[in-house]
Design a protein around this ligand. Structure first.
Ligand code: SAH
Length: 507
C-alpha cells in the first residue's frame, strides 16, 4: 500500500482528444492552464500547448510507433519525479488517456509513489475518428454492439491475447487502433475465422485533423488498398455495416475547402482569425507567421501625440494594429476613457472598426467598400471640407503615405503618430517550414505587402502549382512587383472577404 500523498504536487493524466483543437475537454484545458510542466506525446495536438501560461516547461516524450523518444519506464519516472517536486504536472495523451494509452500504468506508478493524480478522460480516436469520416460506431439498423481492440499485437504469434475466432464472429462494429502495419494479418485472421469477405471496412488516417484521409473497402479488399495507396499510421480502422452510413453522413470531408492545404502568413497573434475561418471550411492550415508587430521606436513622440489626441478634430486609424498601439499607449497615459475628448474617428475598414467598437467608441467615417487608404481619402473628400482640419493619423512605420498626402492635399493639417513597426518574425518557424517543404501547399495567403516581403525574405521555394491569394489591390501590387501571379484577390479587403474569395476560387 502506498503512503498517502505528501507533497502539494499533482499529476493530471489528460486525454488531449484526437487532434481537432476543439475536441479538448474544458477540464483538460484547465489542466493545461494550471500546469507548471506539460509532458506530451506524438499524437497530442501541439496546438493545445498554447493554453499554457508563459514559462510553463514543455517536455515532449514522443512515442511515435518505432520511435520512442523516451521509453515508458522513463516517462513513468519523469512524471513521478516532477510531481514529487511539488509541481502541477499535466500529462497530455492523444485521445483518451486510458484507451490503449498506458494511462493506467502511469496512474499506478503515481499511486505507488504516493503522489496525487487525476484522470481526465478525453475524446478517443476510436469513436471520433469514424464519426469524422461519417461513420457512427453504433446504429439502430446496423450495430448495437461495439468492440474496440488493438492491432498492435502480432496475430501470428501464439501468445496473442486476442481471440480472432471470437472477434470474427462477434456481432456489431469492430474498431481497432494501431493496426495499419498489420492490416493484412488482421483482415486475414477475420476471414480465416469466417467473417464475410464483403463486410464493409474503413480506415481513417489523422482523423479530425485538416489532413484526414479515409480509405473505404471491405475485409477482403482493404489490405491491398492500403498497399496501393501507401496508407500509413496513425489510423483508426472500423469494420461493419455502419461504414455504409458514410455515403450520406460524410460531413467533415464534404466541407468546401477540405483537402486544401493553405498557408497563413500573418502575425502569430492575428493568424488565428483567418486560420479558424479557413479551417472551419475544411482547409488544412499551415500557420507560417512571417511578420511580427513591435512598438514604434520613438515611444516618447508617439506618447506625446496620443496624449494630445483630444485636441484633434479627427483621429484616423488605418489598421487594427494601429488601434492596439494607440490604446495601449492611451491606457498608460489616462485612466478615463473620456480623455479621448470630442475627436471623431475614421477607420479604413471593418477589421479596424471592430477594434474601435470593442472600446465602445463609434466610428464616424469609413469607406463604403474600398477598404484601403485611397478609399478613406475619398470618403473624407465626400464627407466634408478638410481645409485647416486637424487630423491625427495613427500609423505603422512602414505604412504608405496615402493618408497624409491625400488629406494634406485637401488642406488638412495632418500629424502622424507612428505607433508600431512591422519586423520579420524570427521565432522558430521550423515546424511550419518543414511542413511546407514536405507536404507542399495548394495556396498561400497574403494579408499585407509586408507579409509578402517578409515571406520572400525567408527564401522558401513556393511549392509547385501553389496558388496565391491576396487581401486586396495594395497587397496584390506587392505580389506582382516580385514577379508572381495573383490567383485570388478579395473583393472586399477584409479577412471575411479574403475567405469568401478563396472559397469561391476552389468551388
Ligand atoms: N489513447 C488514444 C489511442 C492511443 S494508441 C485514443 O484514445 O485515441 C495510438 C493509436 O490511436 C494510433 O496508432 C491510431 O490507431 C489511433 N489514433 C490516435 N489518434 C488518431 C487520429 N487522430 N487519427 C487516426 N488514428 C488515431
Amino acid at each position: 500500500m502506498a503512503s498517502k500523498a505528501t507533497t502539494s504536487g499533482i499529476c493530471y493524466l489528460v486525454g488531449a482528444g484526437p487532434g481537432d483543437p476543439g475536441l479538448l475537454t474544458l477540464k483538460g484545458k484547465e489542466c493545461i492552464e494550471s500546469a507548471d510542466v506539460l509532458v506530451y506525446d506524438y499524437l497530442c495536438n501541439p496546438e493545445h500547448l498554447r493554453y499554457a501560461k508563459p514559462g510553463t516547461e514543455r517536455i515532449y516524450v514522443g512515442k511515435k510507433a518505432g520511435d520512442h523518444t523516451l521509453p515508458q519506464e522513463e516517462i513513468n519516472k519523469l512524471i513521478v519525479k516532477l510531481t514529487r517536486e511539488g509541481k502541477t504536472v499535466t500529462r497530455l495523451k492523444g485521445g483518451d488517456p486510458v484507451l490503449f494509452g498506458r494511462g493506467a500504468e502511469e496512474a499506478a506508478e503515481l499511486h505507488e509513489a504516493g503522489v496525487r493524480f487525476e484522470i481526465v478522460p478525453g475524446i478517443t480516436s476510436a469513436i471520433a475518428g469514424p464519426a469524422y469520416a461519417g461513420i457512427p460506431v453504433t446504429h439502430r439498423s446496423h450495430a448495437s454492439m461495439l468492440t474496440i481492440f488493438t492491432g498492435h499485437e502480432d496475430p501470428t504469434k501464439p501468445d496473442t491475447s486476442l481471440d480472432y475466432a471470437k472477434l470474427a464472429q462477434a456481432d456489431g462494429t469492430k474498431v481497432f487502433l494501431m493496426g495499419v502495419e498489420r492490416i493484412e494479418e488482421i483482415t486475414g485472421e477475420f476471414l480465416k475465422h469466417g467473417a464475410k469477405p464483403e463486410t464493409p471496412m474503413a480506415l481513417v488516417r489523422w482523423a479530425t485533423h485538416g489532413c484526414q484521409q479515409t480509405l473505404v473497402g471491405t475485409l477482403a479488399t482493404m489490405a491491398a488498398k492500403v498497399k496501393e495507396a501507401g496508407f500509413k499510421a496513425p489510423a483508426v480502422a472500423v469494420i461493419g455495416d455502419v461504414v455504409t452510413e458514410r455515403e450520406q453522413l460524410n460531413w467533415f470531408e464534404d466541407r468546401p475547402l477540405f483537402g486544401k492545404k493553405i498557408v497563413v502568413t500573418r502575425t502569430r497573434q492575428q493568424a488565428s482569425t483567418l486560420s479558424k475561418q479557413l479551417a472551419h471550411l475544411g482547409a488544412d492550415v499551415i500557420e507560417l507567421p512571417t511578420i511580427r508587430i513591435e512598438p514604434a521606436e520613438d515611444q516618447l513622440e508617439f506618447g506625446q501625440l496620443v496624449q494630445d489626441c483630444h485636441t484633434y478634430e479627427w483621429i484616423v486609424f488605418t489598421s487594427p494594429n494601429g488601434v492596439d498601439a494607440f490604446f495601449t499607449m492611451f491606457d498608460k497615459l489616462y485612466n478615463d476613457a473620456r480623455s479621448i475628448g470630442g475627436a471623431r474617428i475614421a477607420c479604413v475598414g471593418p477589421g479596424t472598426a471592430e477594434k474601435i467598437k470593442a472600446r465602445h467608441l463609434a466610428v464616424d467615417l469609413m469607406p463604403e467598400k474600398n477598404f484601403v487608404a485611397e478609399g478613406l481619402v475619398k470618403a473624407f473628400d465626400q464627407h466634408q471640407n478638410m481645409e485647416n482640419v486637424n487630423v491625427l493619423w495613427v500609423r505603422g512605420a512602414e505604412t504608405r503615405e496615402v493618408i497624409a498626402n491625400g488629406l494634406t492635399a485637401m488642406g488638412a493639417i495632418v500629424d502622424e503618430a507612428i505607433g508600431y513597426r512591422t519586423v520579420a518574425e524570427t521565432e522558430d518557424n521550423l515546424e511550419a517550414l518543414a511542413r511546407l517543404k514536405n507536404e507542399g501547399a495548394d495556396m498561400i495567403t497574403f494579408t499585407s505587402a509586408s507579409t509578402v516581403e517578409h515571406f520572400l525574405d525567408l527564401h522558401v521555394q513556393l511549392p509547385e502549382n501553389c496558388k496565391i491569394a491576396s487581401i486586396g489591390p495594395v497587397t496584390s501590387a506587392a505580389i506582382k512587383q516580385y514577379g508572381f501571379n495573383v490567383d485570388v484577390e478579395a473583393k472586399e479587403s477584409t479577412i471575411p472577404g479574403l475567405v469568401a474569395a478563396i472559397e469561391k476560387f476552389w468551388k
